[in-house]
Write a protein that binds this ligand. Sequence first.
Ligand SMILES: Nc1ncnc2c1ncn2[C@@H]1O[C@H](COP(=O)(O)OP(=O)(O)OP(=O)(O)O)[C@@H](O)[C@H]1O
Length: 436
Amino acid sequence: MSSDFSPREIVSELDRHIVGQANAKRAVAIALRNRWRRLKLDDKLREEVLPKNILMIGPTGVGKTEISRRLAKLAGAPFLKVEATKFTEVGYVGRDVEQIVRDLVEVGIGIVREVKRKDVQAKAHLAAEGRVLDALVGVNASPATRDAFRKRLRAGELDDKEVEVEVQAGGGGMPLFELPGMPGAQMGAVSLGDMLGKAFGGRTKTRRVSVKEAHPLLLTEEADKLIDQEATVQDAIHAVENNGIVFLDEIDKIAGREGRSGADVSREGVQRDLLPLIEGTTVSTKHGPVKTDHILFIASGAFHVSKPSDLLPELQGRLPIRVELEALTRADFVRILTETEASLVKQSVALMATEGVALTVTPEAVEAIADAAVEVNSSVENIGARRLQTVIERVLDDLSFTAPDRSGEAVVIDAEYVRSRVADLAKNADLSRFIL
Ligand SMILES: Nc1ncnc2c1ncn2[C@@H]1O[C@H](COP(=O)(O)OP(=O)(O)OP(=O)(O)O)[C@@H](O)[C@H]1O
């Protein structure tokens, strides 16, 4: 499943979504290409080639996660983000780190299942249509009646009619997870196992839904019936072992410093627990053993207080590729707002269009938004590009609330308007702490 993009192509794909950070993009592009190269080797040599894991160093909100996530999406690779500090929490037992691999397998199953669902879509489509017809006319209806209804169904004439359908209980028939690469993927992955357990446990329940709603519900269910579940799991494990990417955030926070207080020992403990995973071990999961030797680990942290050299020497050795990400400038903010493929401005314009409001954000307004973000980042706390979200929300708050009453209107957001919404707040650090 590994993508066959060249490093140059990978970087240019990443460029569509992420501004700047050329070094980090380059490093991950090489790492991805190296996996493709490894898979081309003969068996014996292939086992010898270990991934060169990456340490990303840079302040919060400058694109570390985003680069990794986009890379994984590009490669169709199972991806999981974990905060290293999670393992320093009270009640933590060393073996919990293995949960990372189990969760990654669930993510992998999600990806493989989605691909396989597409493969069987045509067949599943017919089967789902058959079940909607059963619900409409009964299983004993004459072929002629069925055909007549099928025609009307396909023409969309029956969309609003209510039917009773039998669906798997426990979420069956609904998309069970979000795809990696989307926010929330992590949460979805954790509960995925539970949900699948229920979905395929055979319990069904009757639901009353419109014909229009019934079709997608049954489509997923019929597709899953056509998919070989065992092969899905095996493919997923293969994908995880050869292409999996784990993003370990806040690694700097578990780097111990001189002076061994109790907390430092626990931090070092977490590093020791993580080490085997990164060095290569076999984790048992409910789907079988999973080897971690070739999983790519991207560790990341700001390293404001601790330094990479404060990490255990063994861990430092396992993170040989170091890349620094720069803090974002005002000019970067302007580009993030306008040039990226799904920029915040494009998103806002599209969202307002669904309400019939033609929104225009002038270039001067974009500059003013960037100014406000820079100002609050320096006066309150530097959260990088994340600040753009809070500023935009604030700027569009009124419009967002009233949009349904303003259908048909053209609304222009200019610099003056942006300033009127956020300038005072941005100047007042105490206020913006809460609002921006
Ligand atoms: N260089 C950039 N180009 C475009 N968008 C960016 C960039 N940097 C950050 N963003 C946006 O800001 C948000 C946060 O970025 P990201 O999750 O990558 O932060 P991070 O550097 O990983 O920080 P943390 O270590 O706190 O997780 C994302 O929505 C991302 O799209």
